[in-house]
Design a binder for this molecule. Structure first.
Ligand code: KIV
Length: 267
């Protein structure tokens, strides 16, 4: 069991050119497994709304749900750093509310940092949290909480003006005091440029190979989401197939009277 990783480890890894591996988790068993296997950072993403709660997007996720999932994840972790997402409308209204809600993820959830979406428009909010010693991870590019503004989940920053805005956003997030930044669904060349310009670590998702780290949703990489899968997802296992097989075998054995046998019964 190693020492718990912190924002200092992330910075050290960037400075040493060591890649940072990040996955999402929403509960104790997944957190334990990925922590045991050596994941650097666990993100309790508001993607919980889509992959666990079955919503169409992340917008309905509440603060209470994020606190609940963060606590479950933290209980399963010995070494990884835990970052919790601030859900939609928990930080956009005013700075006091943003501070109170970020504080809940740290105090009640046990996270070491919070993540919020936005660039230049969120610089003041990031600064307000950093000022009360809450480490913040920024998130720019395809920001899922802005799905209605973007008109869907689309690659961002393909046009020159958009790319310049994203570069300005990345700089603003760093200057506001963020400890790292997620770059989602932007051209690899732009992510590469941002990674070279910033001194804080960049964590890519659909942002090419040059980011300082990578993040993916655990349900996506294990093949648990059988619906649409974005181009940037690589499937490392067919967990849905394994689960379906186990469920089918159980049903079959119960129906045939093959389970339980003496082995699973008491004398
Ligand atoms: O909510 C989430 O899981 C995320 C990552 C995929 C970056 O924000």
């Amino acid at each position: 069991m190693g020492k718990k990783k912190t924002i200092l480890d992330l910075q050290r890894m960037k400075d040493a050119g060591e890649k940072i591996a990040v996955l999402t988790a929403y509960d104790y068993p997944f957190a334990r497994l990925m922590d045991d296997e050596g994941i650097d950072v666990i993100l309790v993403g508001d993607s919980v709304g889509s992959v666990v709660s079955g919503y169409d997007n992340t917008l309905p996720v509440t603060m209470d749900e994020m606190v609940y999932h963060t606590r479950a994840v933290v209980r399963g972790v010995a070494s990884a750093m835990v970052v919790a997402d601030m859900p939609f409308l928990s930080y956009q209204v005013d700075l006091a509310e943003a501070r109170r809600n970020a504080g809940r993820l740290i105090k009640e959830g046990g996270a070491q940092a919070v993540k919020l979406e936005g660039g230049t428009n969120m610089a003041e909010t990031i600064r307000a949290l950093v000022d009360i010693d809450i480490p913040v991870v920024g998130h720019i590019g395809l920001t899922p909480q802005s799905v209605h503004r973007m008109g869907g989940y689309k690659v961002q920053g393909r046009q020159e003006a958009q790319a310049e805005q994203l570069l300005a956003d990345a700089r603003a997030v760093e200057q506001a005091g963020a400890c790292a930044i997620v770059l989602e669904a932007i051209p690899a060349s732009l992510a590469s440029r941002i990674t070279r310009e910033l001194s804080i670590p960049t964590i890519g998702i659909g942002a090419g190979p040059d980011c300082d780290g990578q993040v993916l949703v655990i349900h996506d990489i294990l093949g648990l989401c059988e619906k649409y899968s974005p181009k940037f997802v690589k499937r490392y296992a067919d967990a849905a197939g394994v689960i379906r097989g186990g469920i089918r075998d159980y049903i079959d054995e119960v129906k045939k009277g093959a389970f339980p046998t003496e082995e699973h019964s008491f004398k």
